[in-house]
Ligand binder design. Structure first.
Ligand code: ADP
Ligand code: MG
Length: 766
């Protein structure tokens, strides 16, 4: 009912910003207060326990059972001192959200009394009744349940009255059922592989940590609108909606001043983040109206992943207090920009060196070049896997659709570094280089830091771009768990570094001097990976053609992209690097296909429901009003003098009123349906609209029924790949068709009769 829309509007207009105050005078006074971080641990743990946790965090050394008891009891004491009554193992199942099941510290003891208990067993391992988490066939529900295991590398934290313990989630047989388990393995792999390569340059490097700085984009809409839009509430995106007169064309939202109510929300969000030690730093409006971004300072990748998952949860909670809803969907509103989550990635050493940042000496610059070129090689050789890992129902609206970044995986390195690559390719010889040649090469490499300083060219359309001291994986979806992308990036890099070391060592063994061997291998990589480097406009049609010529993949659909996970070389990659077994890998693929299928299914059902139950009825109401009007005009025609003016020239034509049994006539162009004179011609525009409405209704209705048929056929398919593909290829195409006609109706139907809040209302926060 249209009344819902007006109530929502009224509610929104009456809103005032929620007052937010800092809990203490300065941020530093409460930063990290709800985290069991190193500083807190030092205060609360025994020396022995502290050292043991630190060793687990830094070297992955297992924590002793008796020490675990010690840690648990201190954690409990700390949490209770902060009013905490419950604890939970916090994990990231493959549903894409976080999961928790709260248990009270207090336990019954005899005589109706209770005591707060939390011991090592409870800290280290739990068996959540998690039979309904997706497992891709690994763990059938009647089998032993999955369990969660403490991940000491990510500190425990408090949310409201609950102590949250970051954990991994695995099946009874030890197979990963979550995002974190393979990530931790990939981080271990990159550590080892990168340290080995660093040894060529610096013997002091004993640990390499992958770093991640994410940039989270999101939309906010008022909760009253959210509640009045079942499509947004159930699918996270507007399935209908005529574009507003004003969208993002004036580009006045980007970096513009943040509306007061939104600012209050962001301030509170930041306070919550600070309490949890999430180092959020930047905030600004994004390109589209009501779109914003939040980004922290980068951290060690595992912690950064947890912080991003945590942030997505807190955003939702804080938003409700401000009468907003957060939309993390990749494309909530057709016609304006969607949202991504740039994953800024690099590696840093225990000696404080950023491996993708150029150094001060030729030697450290060669180290930089080594990691830089190996990254290009890794992405080049695994481009399809990079495409697969960002595939989802939501991201499909960005990748390869009308939006950036394209589905073609390419790398941007900038013109300056391209020149350096060309130079190396030219100068490095297969045979022995002369001392002069070597000196010249080193001299050029020594100039890299300067080059990068004024390397200001920034390409915004590349899915994977080098931005001075890190690579930025930009094609990741805004709602994604970064762990998936980070698992792939670190795995392919680890794999590549192992190969690189192998090749260099082989040359050294043959008597080639070390630096020369490194240069030779790098030169070969440069020659072999040129086709993936692209500096131009990634959105253009030109690039699609050019990429095809270069032999790069352009995989548009999600089911097709997910299929990559079943390729032999992909399974081998994960297996060889000890990241995932074939079964784990296959389970993940099945889950993602199923998630995709279900999402499209829900959208399809919702489209049918809204089209038939809301849009068509609104249109019929308006059409009835018009018919009344025409009837009235005809009635008074006998009394009125013949009319002159705009419609008088239609005098000789015959009127055909649109009736249900006269469908054919509705299809006639206006001139042939026009009035036979006088006042009747005055009804011509109304009659035109009456006809149009009938046409739109007919198209919507027939497409809804065809879509339902396509769904039935898809549902009958057994194989999940076939099913997901059927949803993609045979169900989804109806969405645009139905929406097109529904949006036309929104344009013609009386605004007062329209039930769904419109773009212009939802997208401009007052
Ligand atoms: P932008 O890309 O928008 O110009 P910045 O260059 O400041 O912004 O960085 C964006 C993100 O990249 C931030 O989250 C920042 O912490 C992160 N970042 C910077 N250096 C690194 C690094 N060495 N490793 C991972 N992330 C990094
Ligand atoms: Mg960026």
């Amino acid at each position: 009912m249209a009344i819902q829309r007006f109530r929502a509007l009224e509610e929104v207009l009456s809103r005032t910003p929620v007052q937010v105050e800092l809990p203490k005078a300065t941020v530093s006074e409460f930063y990290g207060e709800n985290v069991f971080n190193k500083e807190t641990m030092k205060k609360w743990l025994s020396d022995e326990a502290y050292k043991s946790v630190l060793a687990a965090m830094e070297q992955g050394i297992k924590i002793d059972r008796s020490i675990a008891d010690d840690v648990a009891s201190s954690m409990k004491a700390w949490a209770m001192s902060k009013g905490v009554s419950h604890y939970t193992h916090w994990f990231q199942p493959l549903t894409g959200t976080t999961a928790e099941k709260h248990d009270a510290f207090a336990q019954n003891i005899e005589d109706g009394k209770a005591l707060e208990r939390f011991d090592g067993d409870q800290l280290v391992q739990q068996e959540p009744d998690a039979s309904s988490f997706p497992n891709g066939g690994i763990r059938s529900t009647f089998e032993a349940r999955g369990y969660t295991a403490w991940d000491p590398t990510s500190p425990a934290f408090i949310i409201e009255q609950t102590l949250c313990i970051p954990t991994i989630f695995v099946s009874y047989t030890g197979e990963a059922l979550d995002y974190k388990t393979p990530l931790l393995k990939a981080l271990h792999a990159i550590d080892k592989a990168a340290v080995d390569v660093c040894q060529y340059f610096d013997k002091n490097v004993t640990k390499v940590t992958a770093t991640l700085g994410w940039e989270q984009e999101y939309f906010l809409i008022d909760s009253a609108f959210y509640n009045a839009r079942p499509d947004i509430a159930f699918t996270g995106r507007a399935l209908f909606g005529h574009s507003g007169a004003k969208g993002q064309q004036l580009e006045d939202h980007y970096f513009g001043s943040i509306p007061e109510r939104v600012l209050a929300y962001i301030r509170e969000l930041e306070i919550e983040c600070y309490r949890l030690g999430i180092p959020v730093k930047t905030r600004h409006n994004e390109v589209a109206p009501n779109q914003f971004e939040c980004a922290p300072v980068f951290e060690e990748a595992n912690l950064a992943v947890d912080h991003n998952s945590l942030l997505m949860d807190i955003m939702e909670k804080v938003a409700r207090r401000h009468n907003f809803r957060v939309l993390l969907h990749e494309k909530p509103f057709a016609g304006i920009n969607g949202s991504g989550k740039h994953n800024n990635w690099s590696m840093s050493t225990n000696t404080g060196k950023n491996l993708l940042g150029p150094g001060k000496t030729p030697k450290t610059n060669l180290m930089f070049l080594t990691f830089f070129i190996n990254t290009i090689k890794a992405v080049h050789d695994n481009a399809d896997l990079m495409r697969a890992v960002i595939a989802s129902a939501g991201n499909e609206h960005r990748l390869g659709a009308n939006e950036a970044p394209p589905a073609i995986v390419s790398i941007f390195i900038g013109t300056q570094l391209t020149k350096v690559m060309e130079d190396i390719e030219k100068k490095v010889k297969s045979g022995k280089m002369t001392p002069e040649e070597k000196t010249e090469l080193k001299l050029n490499i020594g100039k890299i830091p300067e080059i990068l300083l004024d390397n200001t060219d920034r390409n915004r359309t590349s899915p994977f771009a080098f931005t001075g001291n890190k690579f930025e994986f930009r094609a990741v979806g805004s709602s994604a768990n970064c762990a998936a992308a980070m698992t792939v990036v670190n795995t392919i890099m680890a794999d590549q570094l192992v190969k690189f070391k192998h090749e260099v060592d082989a040359k050294i063994k043959k008597g080639v001097e070390k630096d020369e061997a490194i240069f030779q291998v790098l030169r070969d990589y440069i020659s072999g990976t040129k086709n993936i480097l692209f500096e131009g406009n990634g959105y253009g049609e030109e690039w699609v053609k050019e990429a095809k010529k270069r032999g790069l993949s352009n995989i548009k659909s999600t089911p097709e992209a997910l299929k990559i996970f079943t390729r032999k070389e992909v399974i081998k990659l994960f297996k060889q690097n000890n990241i995932m077994t074939e079964r784990e890998q296959h389970a993940r693929y099945e889950i993602q296909l199923e998630t995709y299928m279900k999402k499209i299914q829900i959208e399809s059902r919702m489209i049918g429901e809204i089209a038939m139950g809301s849009i068509i009825p609104s249109a019929v109401k308006y059409q009835t009003m018009l018919i009344e009007n025409v009837r009235g005009l005809q009635e008074i025609a006998g009394f009125a003098p013949a009319l002159k003016g705009e419609y008088a020239n239609a005098k000789t034509k015959k009127v055909v009123l649109a009736g249900a049994d006269e469908m054919e006539n509705q299809q006639l162009p206006l001139e042939r349906r026009a009035s036979n004179g006088g006042l009747q011609s005055l009804a011509a525009p109304q009659i035109e609209t009456i006809n149009k409405i009938s046409n739109y209704i007919a198209s919507i209705q027939s497409n809804v029924y065809k879509m339902i048929d396509a769904r039935k056929k898809a549902n009958n398919l057994e194989d999940m790949q076939d099913k997901a593909s059927a949803y993609c290829d045979h169900v989804k195409p109806y969405f645009d068709e139905i929406r097109y006609h529904a949006d036309k109706l929104e344009f013609v139907v009386d605004d007062e009769l329209w039930a769904l809040p419109k773009y212009r209302e939802m997208l401009f926060t007052r």
